[in-house]
Design a protein around this ligand. Structure first.
Ligand SMILES: CC(=O)N[C@H](C=O)[C@@H](O)[C@H](O)[C@H](O)CO
Ligand SMILES: CC(=O)C(=O)O
Length: 306
């Protein structure tokens, strides 16, 4: 098996799972993991944006990945985002993730201070050195991180043989082509923006990691299948329907992740709590939006996946 094959396909970003008091719930993490196994996705991307990593403690994140692995081992490819914005804690999470048996770790660049490229490279390489037997994925999300992956920084990172992929969440699909070309044959790029999943796949992303996949995994699996089968017209129509659902998910007063969790509650009977502050939960009026979004997902699944 090609060593990258296990990363190719649909990899939902894993949502933070909380109990009624807003604490990480091991049981709910396990239930969400099982949900993804049942849906037939390739893997999960844990403790990233969708995992509300930025608002979780090191301990919260350890509990999350331990419980994902307890259920997912041998069944899903698991990529664990470990960046904590300081090298020390990130290395601890990297070490811990490797001890749990994840397939890859991933990291955004350090945020807040605008650091020079050699500092970012040193940060990533230190994190990677704490998981010496684990693949490393660069997470490029310039609109949120404040720093973009440049070709020179990628060239520097390519010297580390564990660096196998970029998860690219910048909006130009051309970035996918450029990172793939610079990365070469033993390297892959994941599509980030769910709204242009099929474009990213066509432009060379062998897989996708996305924050909204979890609300509608069937639809992204179908889109992936259509791209593989070169049925581009059908893929485009489906992508447009997916995008309408995403716009709906983003139209509430509450945060998109809170909306998605409500949709999972409605459509799947899966309760993984709400979001953690400073993210805002749903207000009364949002519940109607969640219902509409849930229905849109159901309709699209019936239309495309019958
Ligand atoms: C900026 C951002 O968070 N991007 C995510 C990851 O790439 C996406 O998966 C979005 O959540 C998704 O495209 C919805 O806008
Ligand atoms: C989309 C993604 O990568 C995340 O939510 O972590």
């Amino acid at each position: 098996m090609n060593k990258l094959e296990k990363y190719q396909g649909v990899i939902p970003a894993f949502y933070a799972c909380y109990d009624e008091n807003g604490e990480v719930s091991p049981e709910r993490v396990r239930a969400l993991t099982q949900y993804f196994i049942d849906k037939g996705v390739k893997g999960v991307y844990a403790c990233g944006s969708s995992g509300e990593c930025i608002y979780q403690s090191v301990e919260d994140r350890k509990i999350t990945i331990e419980n994902i692995m307890a259920v997912a081992k041998g069944k899903l490819t698991v990529i664990c985002h470990v960046a904590c914005n300081n090298t020390k804690d990130s290395m601890e999470l990297a070490r811990h993730a490797e001890s749990c048996g994840v397939d890859a770790i991933a990291s955004i660049p350090p945020i807040y201070f605008r650091l020079p490229e050699y500092s970012i490279a040193a940060y990533w390489n230190s994190i990677s050195s704490a998981a010496p037997n684990t693949d490393f994925v660069i997470y490029n999300i310039p609109q949120l991180a404040g720093t973009a992956l440049t070709m020179s920084l990628l060239a520097e990172m390519k010297k580390n043989p564990r660096v196998i992929a970029v998860k690219n969440s910048s909006m130009p699909v051309q970035d996918i082509q450029m990172f793939q070309a610079a990365g070469g044959d033993d390297f892959m790029v994941f599509n980030g923006p769910d709204e242009q999943f099929i474009s990213g796949r066509v432009m060379g992303a062998a897989g996708g990691i996305g924050g909204t996949y979890g609300a509608m995994p069937e639809l992204f699996l179908k889109a992936d299948e259509l791209v593989r089968a070169n049925k581009m017209e059908e893929a485009r129509v489906l992508q447009y329907d997916i995008n309408e659902i995403i716009y709906k998910l983003c139209s509430g007063h509450g945060n998109m992740y809170a909306m998605i969790k409500e949709v999972l509650r409605i459509n799947e009977g899966l309760d993984i709590g709400s979001v953690r502050e400073p993210l805002t939960g749903l207000c009364e009026a949002d519940l109607a939006i969640a219902k509409e979004a849930a229905q849109m997902v159901k309709n699209a699944v019936a239309k495309y996946c019958a």
